[in-house]
Design a protein around this ligand. Sequence first.
Ligand SMILES: Cc1cc2nc3c(=O)[nH]c(=O)nc-3n(C[C@H](O)[C@H](O)[C@H](O)COP(=O)(O)OP(=O)(O)OC[C@H]3O[C@@H](n4cnc5c(N)ncnc54)[C@H](O)[C@@H]3O)c2cc1C
Length: 414
Amino acid sequence: MERVLIVGNGYAGLAAARTLASKQGVSVTMVSAEPCPAYVPHLLPELAAGKKSEADLFLLDQADYAGLRVSLRPGAEVKKLSAKNRIALLSNGETMEFDKALIATGASPWIPGELKEVEQLCANVITMKRIADAKTLKGFIEKGATRVAIIGAGRVGMLLAEALKSSGVSVSVIEIGARILATMLEEDVAEKLHPILAERRHLRIHTGTKIAGVECEGAIAREIRLSDGNTIPCHVVVIATGVTPNTVFMENGPADGEGVAVDNRMETADRGIYAAGDVVRFETVTGRREVGQLAQNARVQGDIAAMNIAGENALCPPSFIGNVVKIDPLIAARIGDIDGSDRADFRIGRSFARATVEGRTVIGIQFVGDPEDLRGLAPAVLKKFTREDLSDLFQGRLDIGLAPLLAARSHSWA
Ligand SMILES: Cc1cc2nc3c(=O)[nH]c(=O)nc-3n(C[C@H](O)[C@H](O)[C@H](O)COP(=O)(O)OP(=O)(O)OC[C@H]3O[C@@H](n4cnc5c(N)ncnc54)[C@H](O)[C@@H]3O)c2cc1C
């Protein structure tokens, strides 16, 4: 029996465990820093807002792992992993030897330098990455917190602000950049969300401003001072300023923020050590090296890694960087790259799409509109459509045998 260690119990780790369940000759142990079964992270804001229960988020029950022939070590973190010596040290002091391993540890919140101290000191300064974070915010709101300050107007910050509407809390979003969703949408595209956001009575967005200081009483943050002179009283502060790949435990791992380098079989330079999901740096369909951030990529990469661990030769299909944020009734999305040599704007019904074009090829799409109109746009990037293909697609003239693919893949990455 070959001993396989899966580090991490998110989408990538679970996909690998499911694939390995049908393979012979492997015994699989999964070590997970969190004490619960795998869950759906994009519902964390809804859990925090009291709109979903914890059970709604779980992808399976603890007991289901035995059905996958996985020995699960919940609540144990890998503190050190030596690829050379094939040994891992766990937070409970146990050591674990293995023959092959999958690193599927996702990413951790990235905290700006000026906020590190308050994040460590203050119990009401939190992040929104794990189920425990969402439960903490829920607990504060249940105990009467009515003012939530969110630092960062990216995907997580805006999803949380949206989830908290009609929860009885007022939300201030503070963004250092000039606009919301800055890594997803160009300024004039993001502006298309403004009329809807202006209707959100619980929400105030402060863009183009820095945090000048956080006033604390003991270990409780009370007020945020902004560089533009405004002050924001707060009961809870949520830092949502991005993530960084979770690699600190790896002996000779990549530099901070780099992500684990893998080939298209999801194998690292250390033969027999694989990596998948948000922890990796991978090559996108447009040839860029990017770190992960998409659930669908994590699932596919975990599956491919598992097949190769089992001795097959599976290659990862092309993937892209993307993001989706629902601001009801609209959806904002980024698929692929937003910087290129040219661009083309399209109207699809009531929706707007901007294609980023390099030469004749569509390498990215920004979208704001009806969720239904997003159908088919991800394959347009994956299939390297031309600007004309895209135009034909939007006008219903495209007949290149993609219809089943477009239908099947719609929203699968959201
Ligand atoms: C609020 C929010 C909204 C999101 N919305 C979307 C969306 O709309 N669409 C989308 O595609 N993606 C979304 N994402 C991103 C998506 O959740 C990730 O891309 C996906 O979860 C990555 O899966 P993963 O398996 O690589 O990592 P994760 O799901 O992060 O799982 C990693 C696991 O490894 C564990 N772990 C970490 N370090 C160790 C260690 N040393 N030892 C043991 N275990 C460890 C962690 O506790 C965790 O359980 C969202 C994320 C968040 C937080």
